[in-house]
Ligand binder design. Structure first.
Ligand SMILES: O=C1O[C@H](COP(=O)(O)O)[C@@H](O)[C@H](O)[C@H]1O
Length: 223
């Protein structure tokens, strides 16, 4: 793991957006398409605001979320809503979205179909993840009903997840798929998450799921 510290979250958003745009551009120089996976939640919005203006061929970029909250895409907590409003704007509006949500009573009804959309795009070329202060990553939550499966080296592409720390059911990419990414970044802000990351580095992934993806990851932090 490599830790990059920024003076403030504005600097982080600008610099990290540049790094991600540079990596996507480099992939498109050698590959027909690039697969870019991004987090939801409250942290990445400013990064998306900067990144969506990047001058690259977005029509050759497939974008998926690392995880989704099982809510309609109009819901304020929907990660799909976040990327529609903050990332798929400006030049990035030309990108293709690989969905992680489809209307159904429960995620288990549709998990296989959602995984079929992701499987042909793998491996992930550029991965950006977030982390909760409880050390969850994507929707791999400590105490989650499918955490062991989500951490299994032979895991499927996606798992559903129900956890005390998650107000709604979730769908999450598994650690196997996230760790298969060619370039891995994690973005966190604030002293609480810095302390959580420090704890996670000496904790097992069942208690600190983010520990499962730290190897080879660049962590970007701002106060
Ligand atoms: O629930 C989620 O939480 C994490 C962290 O979100 P944040 O609001 O603390 O930035 C996020 O990475 C994940 O995609 C999301 O579904």
């Amino acid at each position: 793991m490599r830790l990059v510290e920024y003076a403030d979250s504005e600097m982080l958003a600008m610099d990290l957006a540049n790094v991600l745009a540079g990596e996507l551009t480099a992939v498109l120089e050698h590959e027909e398409r690039a697969f870019f996976v991004v987090p939801g939640g409250s942290t990445p919005g400013p990064i998306f605001d900067a990144l969506c203006a990047a001058d690259l061929d977005w029509s050759r970029v497939d974008i998926a979320l690392s995880d989704e909250r099982w809510l309609p895409p109009v819901h304020v907590r929907s990660n799909t809503k976040l990327i529609q409003e903050r990332l798929l704007q400006n030049r990035a509006a030309a990108a293709n979205v690989v969905p992680l949500y489809h209307k159904a009573e429960a995620p288990e009804e549709i998990l296989a179909q959602l995984a079929e959309g992701i499987e042909p795009k793998l491996p992930i070329d550029v991965l950006l993840l977030g982390m909760g202060s409880d050390m969850h990553v994507a929707s791999l939550f400590s105490g989650g009903d499918q955490l062991a499966r989500g951490l299994d080296p032979d895991a499927p592409v996606l798992v559903s997840m129900r956890a005390a720390g998650a107000p709604e059911p979730r769908v999450s990419m598994t650690a196997r798929v996230l760790n298969g990414a060619i370039s891995k970044h994690l973005v966190i802000t604030g002293a609480k998450k810095h302390a959580a990351l420090d704890r996670a580095r000496s904790t097992d992934p069942l208690h600190a799921p983010v520990a499962a993806i730290l190897d080879g990851t660049t962590v970007h932090w701002a106060p």
